[in-house]
Ligand binder design. Structure first.
Ligand code: DGL
Length: 263
């Protein structure tokens, strides 16, 4: 069981930012990744639809013998993680949500910005996060429709992307944010571009590394950390595998096998 793989999924390529953190921290782990590109963006879908997709992913990774499941997607987590934990109480399941707690602790201006999907920002889980951790700070939320679709095409720099991103970031800067939460796993890929657009003293916070540490804790508790070298990562996409193969090298720098996902 120690050498069993870890299942990771997202609506598309965004979760590769989390997969990279997992690989960095846990290099012996064999990784399986499903990009539900046929249904991207989750951010504009209903919570019911996303819950259904989460349960499809869980069934698939159970069939693959995964020893743990990672929802490398904030939007899927707010919609679906509670149901998955109820349905698979014995399975280590790691979800993720925008880093409101660390951002509230880090801000000096008292104003925190959140870039995330519409689905995440509208969720009850996000409202509860704000109630719990952000009572002493001002939080400016900014949904970012359109960004995910560009990143799905491997676009991290185009003028169109830069223009859209500037439109989303300007209100946060205008409000005096000194800390910006990247509350969608696609957005860490935009860090180099963002750094060119915002002053140096503004912090960007995302949760990929924290997810990897949480996974490590859960596996260690159960004595499930792999000891043998990892096998090559395996990828599935619910859209065109040829397109995925083209984009993969932009976002992932290790070998991997790409297959079609039709569940
Ligand atoms: N990468 C996802 C997230 O963390 C979802 C993006 C989307 O499909 O809208 O929220």
């Amino acid at each position: 069981m120690r050498e069993a793989p870890i299942g990771v999924f997202d609506s598309g390529v965004g979760g590769l930012s989390v997969l990279a953190e997992i690989q960095r921290l846990l290099p012996n782990e064999s990784l399986l990744y499903v990009a539900d590109c046929g249904n991207v963006p989750y951010g504009e879908k209903t919570p019911e639809f996303i819950r259904q997709r989460c349960s499809v992913m869980a069934r698939f990774f159970q069939q693959q013998g995964a020893k743990a499941l990672v929802l490398a997607c904030n939007t899927a987590t707010v919609a679906g993680v509670a149901d998955l934990r109820r349905d698979y109480p014995e399975w280590p399941i790691v979800g993720m949500e925008p880093a409101v707690k660390p951002a509230a602790a880090a801000t000096r201006s008292g104003v925190v910005g959140v870039l995330a999907t519409t689905g995440t920002l509208q969720s009850a889980k996000f409202a509860a996060l704000l109630d719990r951790f952000a009572t002493d700070v001002r939080v400016i939320t900014q949904p970012c429709p359109g960004l995910v679709e560009l990143i799905e095409n491997g676009d991290l720099h185009s003028p169109a992307l830069r223009q859209l991103l500037a439109r989303y970031v300007e209100p946060l800067l205008g409000a005096g944010c000194d800390t910006i939460i990247l509350g969608c796993t696609h957005y860490p890929f935009l860090k180099p571009l963002l750094r060119q657009m915002i002053p140096d003293d503004i912090s960007l916070i995302d949760t990929g590394a924290a997810v990897a540490r949480q996974l490590q804790r859960l596996l260690a508790e159960r004595e499930l950390l792999a000891v043998e070298p990892a096998r090559d990562a395996r990828f599935w996409t619910s859209a065109d595998p040829v397109h995925f193969k083209d984009v993969l090298p932009v976002l992932w720098n290790s070998p991997g096998i790409v297959q079609s996902f039709d569940m």
